[in-house]
Design a protein around this ligand. Structure first.
Ligand code: UT7
Length: 333
């Protein structure tokens, strides 16, 4: 059986840096509240007319392809994770296919929110392990800033999200000990409305109801923050342990853990739960906020660029988010 290795990584974030102080000009919040509750200091916001969800994916993908020493014609499948697509339909995957002139390969959009990149990586891994495809591009890209509720009703959500994109190229290898060792995916739809954007909705008469487009309306993300927080700090360690146990490994074997950047306090709780030293966990939420499906590929790329990931290292990716969905991936680099 083939195995899949990550051979190229890239990310793109918009130029516009929005600090917590900048947000205090726009909404009813304080620098201190945001920093102490989330660890975030700044995030990036897209530039209207320049960045789109798929154009950011294009930039991240170009870097990942270049580092993989591959061209778009080498890619056999696009897997595109996002909760903020360019259009209601079609998905952003086809826009990326068009923009980079890929062959007429399949473009698969993944709707698993913060877990989207891990769901995407797992999907790509299965196609490679079965021998169906050789090279796969997995992307996570998000534009949140155009859809946030900056009123008091949405301020706890508005302060955490940022825009950005990350990409990884997976390729087939015959080395059985290298690459993606296993992935572990879960969901529990009981909590679907605890973190969601409910409109435009196909189960109401007027799916574009103007009333719901006003502050506090259903076109904006809603989140039962403390509820999501409690589930995140339980599910993330649980699914990391599931991955380790499946491979007869323990937390001590990990060289680096790259969690979805949901909240600095969540990352810290996961670190403590697994008793990991600080240098073994990646946290960049202070710079980008929570970029949902893009957060893991951005953090993974940065960690790799900084030389924090070396050949043979045991790398774990983990995510939790809306759905609820959660998952992990264990990789021998
Ligand atoms: O990425 C997908 C998964 N997402 C997550 O994992 C996020 C998990 N949740 C969280 O990270 C946290 O719940 C938040 C950072 C979103 C919110 O923090 P919190 O400690 O749960 O705050 P809260 O919403 O319960 O609000 C606490 C207080 C309230 O005031 P009172 O009622 O205690 O007087 C809010 O009105 O803080 C107030 N508040 C704010 N104050 C200043 C809420 N948002 C803000 C704000 N600025 N932006």
């Amino acid at each position: 059986m083939k195995n899949s290795r990550i051979v190229g990584l890239g990310y793109y974030v918009p130029e516009d840096v929005v600090s917590n102080t900048d947000l205090t000009q726009r909404m009813n919040t304080t620098e201190e509240w945001i920093h102490t509750r989330t660890g975030i200091q700044e995030r990036r916001y897209y530039e209207v007319g320049k960045d789109t969800n798929y154009s950011m994916a294009v930039e991240a993908s170009k870097t990942a392809l270049e580092r993989a020493d591959l061209t778009p014609s080498d890619i056999d499948l696009i897997v595109y994770a996002t909760l903020s697509p360019d259009y209601y339909f079609p998905g952003s995957g086809v826009l990326l296919q068009r923009a980079l002139n890929f062959r007429n390969i399949a473009a698969l959009d993944i709707r698993a929110q913060c877990s989207g990149f891990i769901y995407g990586l797992s999907t790509a891994d299965q196609f490679i392990k079965t021998g169906m495809y050789k090279n796969i591009l997995v992307v996570g890209s998000e534009i949140h800033s155009s859809g946030l509720d900056y009123s008091d009703a949405g301020r706890h959500v508005a302060v955490i999200f940022g825009d950005g994109a990350g990409a990884a190229v997976l390729t087939a290898t015959d080395e059985s000990e290298k690459g993606v060792l296993s992935t572990h995916l879960h969901s529990d739809g009981k909590y679907a409305e605890e973190l969601a954007v409910l409109y435009p909705s196909s189960h109401v008469e007027n799916k574009f109801d103007p009333e719901e487009q006003k502050a506090g309306g259903k076109f904006y993300p809603i989140m039962n923050g403390s509820y999501v927080f409690k589930h995140a700090v339980t599910r993330m360690p649980e699914v990391i342990r599931e991955a380790l146990e499946a491979n007869d490994l323990t937390a001590e074997d990990l060289d680096i853990l790259i969690p979805h950047q949901a909240n600095g306090r969540i990352t810290e709780a996961v670190r403590r739960n697994l008793d990991l030293p600080e240098e073994k966990i990646v946290s960049n939420i202070q710079n980008y906020g929570n970029t949902t499906a893009a957060s893991i590929p951005i953090a993974l790329t940065e960690a790799w660029e900084q030389g924090r990931i070396q050949e043979d290292d045991l790398v774990c990716l983990v995510a939790f988010g809306s759905g609820f969905t959660w998952g992990s991936a264990l990789i021998r680099w």
